[in-house]
Design a protein around this ligand. Structure first.
Ligand code: AMP
Ligand code: ZN
Length: 470
């Protein structure tokens, strides 16, 4: 049986959706004011894989991911770029789809936008006010946290912790009854996009967006709500308060969170400035290598981004593809290979059933490749190889088909000398941490089928490849 870790109970639990055979799933989507970094990419890739696995296990999944298309950061970016907030949101929503398509992330069932769901948010806020759980002051509306005693049940943060944090800040809003109260609706400021509401012109707060959209599209209680672990507090805690406060029903059956992608042990984040965009990373290493690198770590653990680790993952993936292609080409066994295919499937499902254990699922492929090799003189390995390729492709978005044959071709002397100059320039760029320049050199050469390889001993070699399908 499929079991998943629930951040709410802090336990691995049997997975039983509310309606048998159906999974409703909501993942907090991006604020569309810039390109995704590869930490965001990790989170969105993983929840797509979870969804694929639910489908593989026979569930019909409704997967909803929102776009936060109105927010301070979008307004600031609009002013910087000389665009309207709507134009900024549209530009980066388009970029989101380009990047996710290139990274192999499947499309969700629904992509609601905050700006198109404002009436539902207003209705939700009115409901909270009617119950005494929210109050309006000068065109703002706040959630009255003290009316929701379960506040903190997801993150373990108490109202008092929160108050201590809030009162330490200089900008505590004097209009709030209590420093822990959070905004549901913000009165319009001059020049900002705004909507009509019972409290005057204004715009919704961030947290209310998810509560209202979940309810509108999926209902009062959903099966899975996911995001990166930084969203547990305050975002998901506030969502629980808003939703359960209004409906008095459990909001989410399984809260699930991904660990961070770190850069030199620090969370990759725009505010720290230590980001590499998904676009850049996927174009430098290829989507397959990056996915494979990420899948080798448990989704709940933090993972360090490193050039070396991605290169190592790429090598591992190439080797697995080569092993399978060789087995397929050289096997002589003729006995029924169906039992081996069953072993592939059962081992893969066992790994994934255990809280979506992608590292074990991938490791199982290597174990099975050894097993096929051992038995290649008796058993036909082809059904097992077909099964591995099918599972890897369908669930993990990994291509295990035979690699193209690579031939190394020589270069004339002058070209080789020019190449040596470029490699020296790239080395200097890397020494100065000018990754962008180093990547341009690598990518432009790759376009000419010249592959630059950084060796472990610090030297850089090159090869000219011609891709000939096997
Ligand atoms: P944001 O646009 O900042 O709300 O982020 C979009 C999604 O990416 C959220 O689910 C975040 O939790 C997640 N996220 C942000 N930074 C990281 C990171 N360094 N590693 C993994 N996930 C992240
Ligand atoms: Zn959310």
């Amino acid at each position: 049986m499929l079991r998943v870790y629930n951040s709410l109970t802090k336990q691995v639990e049997g997975f039983e959706p509310l309606a048998p055979g159906k999974v409703s799933m909501y993942v907090c989507g991006p604020t569309v004011y810039g390109l995704l970094h590869i930490g965001n990419g990790r989170t969105f890739m993983f929840w797509d894989i979870a969804r694929r696995y639910f489908e593989h296990r026979g569930f019909t999944v409704t997967y909803v991911q929102n776009f936060t298309d109105i927010d301070d950061k979008i307004i600031n970016r609009a002013n910087e770029e000389g665009l309207s907030a709507a134009e900024v949101a549209e530009k980066y929503t388009r970029a989101y789809f380009e990047d996710m398509d290139a990274f192999g992330v499947r499309r969700a069932t629904h992509y609601p936008k905050a700006t198109e769901a404002v009436s539902g948010m207003i209705a939700h806020i009115e409901g909270l006010i009617a119950k005494g759980m929210a109050y309006a002051v000068d065109g703002d509306v706040y959630f009255r946290v003290k009316t929701f005693p379960a506040y903190g049940k997801l993150s373990g943060r108490t109202v008092e912790d929160n108050a201590a944090g809030a009162s330490g800040r200089v900008d505590v809003d004097a209009r709030k009854e209590d420093p822990t109260d959070f905004a549901l609706w913000k009165a319009a400021k001059p020049g900002e996009p705004s909507w009509e509401s019972p409290w005057g012109l204004g715009r919704p707060g961030w947290h209310i967006e998810c509560s209202a959209m979940v309810r509108e599209i999926l209902g009062d209680t959903i099966d899975v709500h996911a995001g990166g672990k930084d969203l547990k507090f305050p975002h998901h805690e506030n969502e629980i308060a808003q939703s359960e406060g209004l409906t008095e029903k459990p909001f989410v059956r399984y809260w699930m969170h991904t660990g961070f992608l770190n850069f030199e042990t620090e969370k990759m984040s725009k505010s720290l400035g230590n980001v590499r965009t998904t676009r850049d990373v996927v174009s430098v290493y290829g989507a397959q290598a990056v996915r494979y690198f990420m899948l080798q770590t448990k989704y709940r653990s933090d993972l360090d981004f490193s050039d070396e680790a991605i290169r190592a993952a790429e090598k591992g993936l190439m080797s697995l593809r080569e092993q399978l292609a060789r087995l397929e080409a050289e096997a002589t066994g003729s006995a029924e290979g169906e039992a081996l295919a069953v072993q592939v499937r059962e081992g893969f499902n066992a790994a994934m059933d255990n809280d979506l254990g992608t590292p074990e699922a991938v490791a199982h492929f290597y174990v099975m490749a050894d097993e096929l090799r051992r038995k290649r003189n008796e058993h036909d390995p082809r059904p097992a190889i077909a099964e591995m390729r099918h599972l890897a492709d369908r669930v993990l978005g990994i291509d295990l088909s035979a690699p193209p044959e690579v031939q190394t071709i020589g270069l004339d002397d002058k070209t080789a000398q020019l190449l040596a100059i470029l490699i020296d320039v790239r080395k200097e760029a890397k020494a100065q941490k000018n990754w962008a320049l180093a990547d341009i050199i690598r990518n432009r050469l790759a376009e000419l089928d010249i592959r630059i390889v950084d060796q472990k001993d610090g030297t850089t070699t090159w090869e000219v490849v011609s891709k000939v399908p096997v």
